[in-house]
Design a protein around this ligand. Structure first.
Ligand SMILES: [Zn+2]
Length: 114
């Protein structure tokens, strides 16, 4: 599952953060920004993160996931639009010539410590 490697990656990043800052207090919360195009199911990610961090120094860490909607720009008529189920097509001029501006994010925004 895709979420396992993502959860592992988050753990690695938090661990290096702790190491670099030489933190002696506990990490409380990790804020994530996840675009809809990253194909991550937040509840799956939270579940796997919990399993992987069980019995580690990160066992009480909570994930706060902010889902970023998909935002596109039409390169022909230059309007911005969100994507729903109709696919990647401009709702105004029906062009497929579009640029994806938001929705691919997958990153740690902030790490909260005690
Ligand atoms: Zn257009």
């Amino acid at each position: 599952m895709h979420e396992i490697s993502i959860a592992q990656n988050i753990i690695n990043q938090v661990d290096s953060f702790i190491y670099e800052k030489q933190l002696t207090t506990k990490v409380k919360k990790v804020h994530l920004k996840i675009g809809k195009l990253a194909c991550v199911i937040p509840s799956n990610l939270e579940f796997i993160f919990k399993i992987l961090t069980k019995d580690t120094n990160l066992n009480d860490v909570e994930l706060a996931i902010l889902e970023i909607p998909i935002l596109c720009k039409c390169l022909r008529c230059e309007i911005n639009f969100g994507i729903k189920d109709e696919g990647f097509i401009c709702p105004q001029c029906q062009s497929f010539d579009i640029e994806i501006k938001n929705g691919r994010e997958l990153m740690i925004e902030k790490i909260e410590v005690e």
